[in-house]
Design a binder for this molecule. Structure first.
Ligand code: 2F8
Ligand code: CA
Length: 121
């Protein structure tokens, strides 16, 4: 089966796991230039999938503080926040990262932080 270089197919989507690190907006831009977007998690299967990098997902509350939305505008269904998150610990913790240290659960951190990222197409 044909597959774009660096992309992996699971179920009905293709996924790209970055090597480098970027901030949230640059990570999203990278995905969009490939015709994709940051990962939107709709199932348990999409949550874990061998993630071994701290990776941005397509989730933010930058538009309205406390209202977390996926990049396609859809609201959260299943959530995988780490215990105590999201906590807005620093000013502007408006973007969600899936963290390895917490065994692949989400934390809100500043969107200007650098992390790996996962695109979904
Ligand atoms: O204890 C959880 C807390 O840890 C850090 O703040 C001290 C994280 N900050 C960054 O990663 C920038 C918080 O987001 C996290 O909630
Ligand atoms: Ca946090």
């Amino acid at each position: 089966e044909m597959c774009f270089k660096g992309w992996r197919k699971f179920g009905s989507s293709y996924y790209y796991f970055s090597n480098g690190r970027k901030n949230w907006a640059e990570s999203r831009q990278y995905c969009r230039e490939m015709g994709a977007d940051l990962l939107i998690i709709n199932s348990r299967e999409e949550q874990v999938r061998g993630v071994n990098i701290d990776a941005w997902i397509g989730l933010s509350d930058a538009q309205t503080e406390g209202i977390w939305k996926w990049v396609d505008g859809s609201p959260l269904t299943t959530v995988y926040w780490s215990t105590g998150e999201p906590n807005g610990a620093h000013k502007d913790e408006d973007c969600a990262v899936n963290e390895v240290v917490s065994l692949s659960t989400w934390n809100d951190i500043p969107c200007s932080s650098e992390a790996g990222w996962i695109c979904e197409l």
